[in-house]
Design a protein around this ligand. Structure first.
Ligand code: GLN
Length: 507
């Protein structure tokens, strides 16, 4: 068979975007597909689906030059695990060859002189960057309605649409990443999770995403929101793909992120197929209370039955301080944000007001113009809780409860190996439905915040559909460094079901 026919039978171009990262990597390695062809295919899809608002920036020259370099390595047989696989980055990661804005007007047109460590590591593994993905401004939000940047094809900011129903939000803050993966504009994407921003958009868009243990992946070059919580992770269609990506993303970065952990490199793909016979799955009763909508509960209960069929045992557990995670997070995260965002003052980089009278006026005008409402709200809350007289009453109290929340998890893990529950109380809501009510947005974070505050790994995997036929994700939370076990449990579920391979109509 000729090489061309071989290629045609192995990968009809129209279906390339339905292939998994694992399949694409295999075909690229076997040279049934070139990195240039793969990149061209996805760039064309991104252009065709601009109305979704998922992408903020492309640089086709940079993409194609990375793809050609990948092809050369593939030809020489020296490629990495992801050689030639296209992927896209949340615009919170700085990139040398694409603008890096964090979804903020403050960083319009900003170019970083270096790549974030996670970006560099994925590049080292051979991945080809397609472009940058929309996100909530400085990763603050749960719906991706807080971006101040105009997506490709738009001349003004526009919310990212959920590919399952374009009148609904994709979740946030990694909403562009989730929408792009669900719409098959990229086989995978990076995301960041401070309080749920990988898990919740993954759930809303019917894809799989994992936030590793705090410290697993370097934060260097991830534009900081709340440094004690921010973590990078992969978003893809399956746990198998996430495992492949996560293995490339993790690793100590001692000179650049002192909180990155010095652990041996781990191949998260290796234990994927291990049996889960006897796995004890903890069901926190506080995650299944009155706040959980009936449709989400029904999808989760069916998934838990499936887990029992696979040999897992369900154990009731308690995470008694679940409710407190909302006030605790919304004190600590804004406190850290108010400090991190003080660097945006119009002096060194980013936006600077055009007209001002003196230095103080320049700071004030620059920050008033550059930051959006949600970011200003958090800076004000953060400054307030850190100020003299309130620090003890709010910030220190929140830190103490944060420790108790982490301890509650340790008690739970004496009884179970993994914890399962909802990612969010409901399916994706309508665009505009909660945008006037910040507290309504905050409340929807209740099930993702506890693991974030404790620094634990957590993931979301699609387990069915709920109200309005929107995807429902299940959250799995593991103890520190148990990413392999989480991915193994998710992969076993995905080997027995096909929720993760469903796709939105018209995609
Ligand atoms: N929704 C949460 C917030 O608005 C979490 C965001 C995130 O994880 N980046 O802060």
């Amino acid at each position: 068979m000729s090489a061309a026919m071989d290629r045609a039978s192995a990968a009809p171009q129209a279906d390339l975007h339905d292939l998994s990262v694992t399949q694409l990597a295999g075909m690229l390695r076997q040279r049934q597909l070139s990195a240039v062809e793969a990149a061209q295919h996805f760039l064309a899809r991104i252009r065709a689906h601009q109305p979704l608002g998922a992408f903020l920036a492309l640089n086709e020259d940079a993409t194609m030059s990375q793809a050609r370099a990948a092809d050369a390595r593939l030809a020489a047989g020296t490629g990495g695990a992801l050689e030639g696989v296209p992927l896209a980055h949340k615009d919170i990661f700085v990139t040398r060859d694409w603008p890096s804005t964090a979804g903020s007007k403050m960083l319009s047109g900003y170019r970083s002189p270096f790549d974030a460590t996670v970006v560099a590591k994925l590049k080292d593994a051979g991945a080809v960057t397609l472009g940058k993905l929309n996100c909530d401004e400085f990763a603050m939000g749960s719906s991706n309605e807080n971006s101040a940047q105009s997506p490709l094809g738009f001349t003004a900011p526009e919310p990212v649409k959920n590919p399952w129903d374009v009148s609904r939000v994709p979740g946030g803050s990694s909403g562009g990443s989730a929408a792009a993966v669900a719409a098959r504009l990229t086989p995978a994407a990076t995301g960041t999770d401070t309080g749920g921003s990988i898990r919740q958009p993954a759930s809303f868009c019917g894809i799989t995403g994992i936030k590793p243990t705090y410290g697993r992946a370097s934060r260097y070059g991830m534009i900081a929101f709340a440094s004690s919580l921010d973590q990078a992770g992969p978003m893809a269609r399956s746990a198998q793909d996430c495992a492949l990506l996560l293995s490339a993303m993790c690793g100590a970065d001692p000179d650049r992120d002192s909180t990155s952990l010095d652990l041996p490199d781990e191949d998260f793909s290796r234990p994927l197929n291990d049996s889960i016979e006897g796995l004890r799955i903890g069901i926190p009763k506080e995650f299944f209370g009155a706040g959980l909508s009936a449709d989400v509960r029904a999808a989760l209960e069916a998934a838990l039955k499936e887990y029992e069929q696979l040999g897992a045992k369900l154990v009731e557990i308690s995470l008694p301080r679940t409710e407190l995670s909302i006030p605790v997070y919304y004190i600590i995260a804004p406190a850290e944000a108010s400090s991190n965002l003080s660097r945006f003052d119009g002096v060194k980089f980013g936006h600077r007001a055009a007209h001002y009278t003196d230095l103080a006026d320049m700071y004030q005008k620059t920050r008033s113009e550059g930051f959006g409402d949600e970011v200003k709200r958090r800076i004000m809350i953060g400054t307030y809780v850190l100020s003299h007289g309130y620090y003890d009453a709010y910030y220190l109290q929140a830190q103490k409860i944060r420790r108790m929340i982490a301890d509650d998890f340790q008690q739970a893990f004496a009884l179970c190996d993994l914890i399962a529950g909802p990612v969010a109380p409901t399916v994706a809501w309508k665009i505009g439905e909660k945008s006037a009510d910040p507290v309504a947005n905050y409340l929807a974070d209740i099930f993702t915040l506890p693991a974030s505050l404790a620094g634990l790994p957590g993931m979301s995997l699609p387990v069915g559909f709920g109200a309005a036929s929107m995807p429902v994700g299940m959250q799995l939370i593991g103890n520190y460094f148990s990413e392999s076990r989480l991915l193994n449990a998710a992969h076993r579920f995905q080997s027995a079901t096909d929720w993760h391979s469903r796709k939105p109509a018209g995609i």
